[in-house]
Design a protein around this ligand. Structure first.
Ligand code: NAP
Length: 208
């Protein structure tokens, strides 16, 4: 059975930590491909807090262009309103009938899922398995599982991957640009050039 990874995120901007995560998930879980899905409006954030979705989509496209196993989808970018992951997974489930789907995201998101904070949590876990990417030392612990509000029958559908390169964060990259510090080797060269060309992450620039 084919196996597809769906890499959800705000990607503001996409960085090498995201790319290493997707590649590692592909390799460790034997995925045939990974589809990056930048969101339009993350449900847990104010729309004014994030950079224009088209900029984030284009940077994601540039960053993934040279990997033959990576694709980028406009599924959330083109859908108005908050980007609920359950809506996206319903679409992918219907599009890829008979394929095993894995949603890859950060460990913070998985903590929220375990606490039942996402829209239609158990439906999410029926639609696909989850891969929680975390930097070493931040993975889920025994208490997180014990206090989890999701049914025991779903817990084996969450996999944890430790990714040292996730020490890089989008927040830090935005901070570095704002403060005139280099971001070379933290993001792909094409993304760095895009940020400079469009003057992103300078005070008051680029937000939706
Ligand atoms: P976030 O809350 O800004 O990020 C939390 C942490 O996870 C950050 O350290 C972040 O690093 C990391 N992270 C995010 N996506 C990652 C990925 N694909 N791989 C590895 N690390 C990742 O995260 P977000 O990007 O806004 O949300 C993640 C996804 O969950 C998005 O697609 C969002 O739409 C979805 N979401 C859905 C619901 C819902 O349906 N109710 C609620 C919340 C989030 P960086 O800052 O460096 O990316």
């Amino acid at each position: 059975m084919a196996r597809i990874g769906i890499m959800g995120g705000t990607f503001d901007p996409i960085h090498l930590g995201h790319l290493v995560t997707a590649e590692e998930a592909r390799w460790q879980l034997g995925l045939d491909r990974v589809i990056f899905v930048p969101n339009r409006h993350p449900p847990h954030k104010d729309p004014g807090e994030v950079t224009d979705p088209e900029h984030r989509f284009r940077m994601t496209f540039l960053a993934t262009a040279t990997n033959p196993y990576f694709d980028v989808s406009r599924e959330e970018i083109d859908r108005p309103g908050p980007s609920y992951t359950v809506d996206t997974l319903r679409v992918f489930r219907a599009r890829f009938a008979g394929v095993q789907l894995f949603y890859i995201t950060g460990a913070d998101a998985i903590h929220q899922i375990l606490r039942g904070e996402w829209h239609r949590t158990e439906e999410l876990l029926r639609l696909c398995e989850f891969i929680a990417a975390s930097r070493p030392g931040y993975a889920l612990n025994h208490e997180d599982w014990q206090n989890s509000r999701i049914g025991r029958e779903y817990r084996h559908r969450i996999h944890v991957l430790e990714i040292p390169a996730l020490a890089i964060s989008s927040t830090e990259i935005r901070w570095r640009v704002r403060n005139g510090k280099p971001i070379r080797y933290l993001v792909p060269e094409a993304v760095e050039q895009y940020i400079v060309k469009h003057n992103l992450y300078r005070e008051g620039e680029g937000t939706a």
